[in-house]
Design a protein around this ligand. Structure first.
Ligand code: TRP
Length: 330
């Protein structure tokens, strides 16, 4: 029998801003699966649909994407028997806790976050309270389940720092018992953009490979990665991207061989590119097949979503009850 106290909780989420790409898969989903399959952890994985409305969005796309991401989760190997899979907005406790948390968070702290500044720059006309509150809602997502571990990409570290600060403040002021959530990093936590600049991102055209891309599409996208160099000049972003992806997807020996060829200046980039495209496709193929199967059974998907919300709610209500009692709200 496992001792209940040694079981740690895990929570993660992905915004419902579009279909998943390779960066999400390697940066978050792989870690989510690893933790799900470890009996020392109890895992909660959600679709952060409310976080989606913090930047401009389309109602119809949001409606569709919430479900699509659950299907992606299932196809990638998240198992509803092992993990609680749910949609954030169906567990209203997230918003309630988020409001209580906002009472221990200053406006100045939120305004200084790099993620906030970037979004304001990107959407100057949408500098909303929801955007400013984004990290507080994320802290509520995590702490509502008293999660110890959060499998997310490295860009989310500033948000985790906020969650830890909120946990500390709440524990200090109100004697609650929130843990200090830590990020769970995966090998592919930073997947560079195919453009050779920055990270693979849904909002940058030409930067990403979708999990549902065909071999032909992947090949075309990889072939476009810029590899032009100035003789004797520094390694370019595009070449870096190719080698980072190669290290992840190619057998070690093949990767080393390409690297050697690169250093001895005998590498034909198209060869490396096509080998890499094929390897990425092989990794995605089982996912694509499973996805088709799941997408054809929407009754099953609906059932998973409904049961997930119920399970999440049970845990969420317990935490909220404790917080309300300790804050004098019950
Ligand atoms: N901010 C995260 C991202 O953009 C998504 C997210 C929302 C999340 N709530 C979360 C991730 C809670 C982990 C835990 O990737």
């Amino acid at each position: 029998m496992l001792d209940k106290k040694t079981i740690k909780r895990v929570l993660s989420g992905i915004r419902a801003t579009g279909r998943l790409h390779l960066g999400n898969y390697l940066g978050a989903i792989k870690g989510m699966i690893e933790l799900q399959n470890n009996p020392d952890y109890e895992t909660f994985y959600m679709v952060a649909d409310a976080h989606t409305i913090t930047t401009p969005f389309s109602v119809d796309e949001l409606r569709q994407n919430r479900k699509e991401i659950i299907i992606d989760y299932l196809a990638a190997g998240l198992d509803p028997k092992k993990s609680t899979l749910f949609i954030q907005s169906q567990v209203s406790e997230h918003f309630e806790l988020s409001f209580y948390f906002s009472s221990v968070t200053t406006i100045a702290r939120m305004m200084h976050l790099p993620t906030y500044k970037e979004k304001v720059k990107q959407y100057p006309k949408h500098n909303t309270m929801a955007l400013l509150n984004y990290p507080i809602l994320m802290a509520a997502d995590i702490l509502l389940y008293k999660a110890d571990l959060v499998p997310v990409g490295i860009d989310q570290e500033p948000h985790l720092e906020v969650a830890r600060e909120i946990a500390r403040k709440m524990n200090q002021i109100y004697k609650t018992s929130f843990p200090q959530p830590q990020r769970f990093a995966t090998k592919g936590e930073y997947i560079p953009s195919l453009t050779g600049e920055g990270k693979m991102s849904k909002s940058i055209e030409g930067s990403y490979i979708n999990l549902t891309d065909s071999l032909d599409k992947i090949r075309k996208k990889i072939r476009k990665v810029p590899t032009a160099t100035i003789a004797g000049g520094p390694i370019t972003g595009g070449i870096k991207t190719l080698f980072i992806l190669s290290e992840i997807f190619l057998p070690k020996k093949t990767y080393e061989e390409f690297k050697e060829k690169y250093h001895s200046q005998t590498l034909k980039f198209v060869e490396l590119k096509d080998t890499l495209a094929e390897a990425i496709y092989q990794e995605l193929k089982p996912f694509q097949e499973k996805r088709k199967q799941i997408a054809s059974n929407l009754t099953y998907v609906e059932k998973i979503i409904k049961e997930g919300a119920q399970k999440a709610k049970t845990v969420a209500q317990e935490t909220l009850k404790e917080v309300k009692e300790k804050m004098g709200l019950s």
